[in-house]
Design a protein around this ligand. Structure first.
Ligand code: HEC
Ligand code: HEC
Length: 400
């Protein structure tokens, strides 16, 4: 009996492994040509619904260029073996992440870093976990040339490839006035579509026009919010509408994942010979965070509970650890709105910590109880925008 169980377990594992291997090739659910709506989707109006303090300098979206961008985003022929598209690693149902610690690219090659959500990306000023690119339009062609991701050795070869596909002719004409395919136009279209992927309809977005917190949040969520904003240092970095540092733009911080980082992170900020940055990574948006596991630049944490355990118990004393996470430097979340007149919530969110003036370099520790941990997770889940992940204008037009 035991042998039988063992044998069937092994067989099941083999089948699963085999299926995983053949996944990108088995594309019976995909069409060769895209199906597009008779009237173009209104990307422009949707993006204009973001709150103004998101970054008003972003230019309005052109619907025809975004429509072309959508097809290119899901175009598997932009990869060396015609199996991988941007949408392989940035899946709408997972808020444009992919659920893997390392993404599976060409021939199942593994990317060294975790695929991030790309929602509200054009509100950022630096791209990739290490911020190595500073414009979205330059950034969007990089995955096509990346040998692990889409593997086109000479990026110029995508031009004749796209030219040979008839369904692009009317799309280029509508977007740019004629059917000429150029690398620049491909980049502009990808940028337009990626920039149109916006999230602004989560539960916590309703804060902007609420009368009382109790109108939108459960008690647990309110305790979680108080923990995030006041008892813990989360909002020192994950702040503003997009939960990145500041109102717009992009910041890099060392959160002490390691005492010595192997992946050095944002080295673009180094001044050679003077200061070498180590372990600085982009402060990521927390929008749709419940959908984008696993977490961190290398996908090391499988769940939000693991992330919270790290921030409360396991921050490492890296010499370049952010001041917001040091015992002697964190001033408490006093600048963030508490729940005025709601002493119960404040009480439930009280946390013991080792915060103590003068203790530089020592990582913060917090004694979070099981109820509080549950509440913090409940609050993080209010960042989920279920409209964005089902919005037809972002879906794969090749899907049957
Ligand atoms: C094989 C998986 C894979 C494919 C295919 C892929 N990406 Fe990515 N993408 C990633 C990973 C992994 C990262 C993070 C890499 C890093 O930071 O070094 C990333 C990062 C990004 C970012 C930056 C996000 C941020 O927060 O800075 C954008 C934007 C993006 N990809 C868009 C695209 C576009 C557009 C395409 C298609 C042309 C594409 N990706 C194809 C895996 C992939
Ligand atoms: C000093 C700034 C800072 C503080 C304070 C901070 N974070 Fe972060 N957070 C970051 C950075 C930077 C990363 C990415 C780190 C990496 O991957 O190396 C990150 C990553 C995350 C992630 C994973 C995101 C993803 O897409 O994988 C979550 C979840 C998160 N933080 C939640 C929190 C919570 C909850 C708190 C409060 C307990 C908090 N953060 C406090 C800067 C900060």
């Amino acid at each position: 009996m035991k042998k039988l169980i063992v044998a069937s377990v092994i067989i099941t594992c083999l089948i699963i492994a085999a299926c995983n291997k053949i996944k990108p090739q088995s594309e019976s659910f995909l069409n060769e040509t895209p199906t597009l709506p008779a009237t173009v989707y209104d990307y422009k109006t949707r993006t204009e619904q973001l709150p103004t303090n998101f970054n008003p300098s972003v230019t309005p979206i052109n619907n025809d260029i975004a429509t072309l961008g959508r097809v290119l985003f899901y175009e598997r022929k932009l990869s060396a073996n015609n199996t991988v598209s941007c949408g392989t690693c940035h899946q709408q149902s997972k808020a444009f992440a992919d659920g893997l610690a390392s993404s599976a690219g060409l021939a199942m090659g593994k990317t060294p870093r975790n695929s991030p959500t790309i929602c509200n990306i054009n509100r950022q000023t630096r791209f990739f976990w290490d911020g190595r690119e500073d414009t979205l339009v330059n950034m969007v062609l990089k995955p096509i040339g990346n040998h692990i991701e889409m593997g086109i050795a000479d990026i110029n070869t995508i031009v004749p490839k796209v030219q040979s596909l008839d369904y692009y002719k009317p799309l280029f004409t509508k977007a740019f006035g004629d059917e000429a395919v150029t690398k620049t136009r491909i980049a502009l279209a990808l940028q337009e579509f990626v920039g149109s992927i916006v999230s602004f309809e989560s539960k916590q977005d309703r804060e902007s026009n609420m009368i009382s917190f109790a109108d939108i949040y459960t008690v647990d969520e309110r305790v979680g919010r108080q923990l995030f904003m006041v008892s813990l240092p989360c909002a020192s970095c994950h702040t503003g509408d997009n939960f990145v540092f500041g109102w717009a733009g992009t910041q890099f911080q060392n959160i002490g994942l390691e005492e010595h980082y192997t992946d050095k992170g944002a080295t673009f900020m180094n001044s050679p010979g003077q200061f070498e940055m180590e372990g600085f990574f982009k402060v990521p948006t927390l929008r749709n965070i419940a959908l984008t596991a696993p977490y961190m630049h290398d996908g090391r944490f499988k769940t939000l509970e693991e992330v919270i355990d790290f921030y409360t118990q396991n921050i490492q004393a890296h010499p370049q650890l952010s001041g917001h996470l040091q015992s002697g430097l964190w001033g408490g979340g006093i600048f963030f709105p508490s729940f005025p007149g709601d002493p119960d919530i404040e009480q439930l969110a009280k946390v013991e910590s080792n915060a103590q003036a003068g203790k530089f370099g020592e990582p913060l520790r917090f004694a979070l109880n099981a109820y509080q941990k549950k509440c913090l997770v409940a609050y993080l889940k209010t960042f989920t925008d279920s409209k964005m992940i089902t919005e037809p204008m972002y879906s794969d037009p090749f899907r049957k």
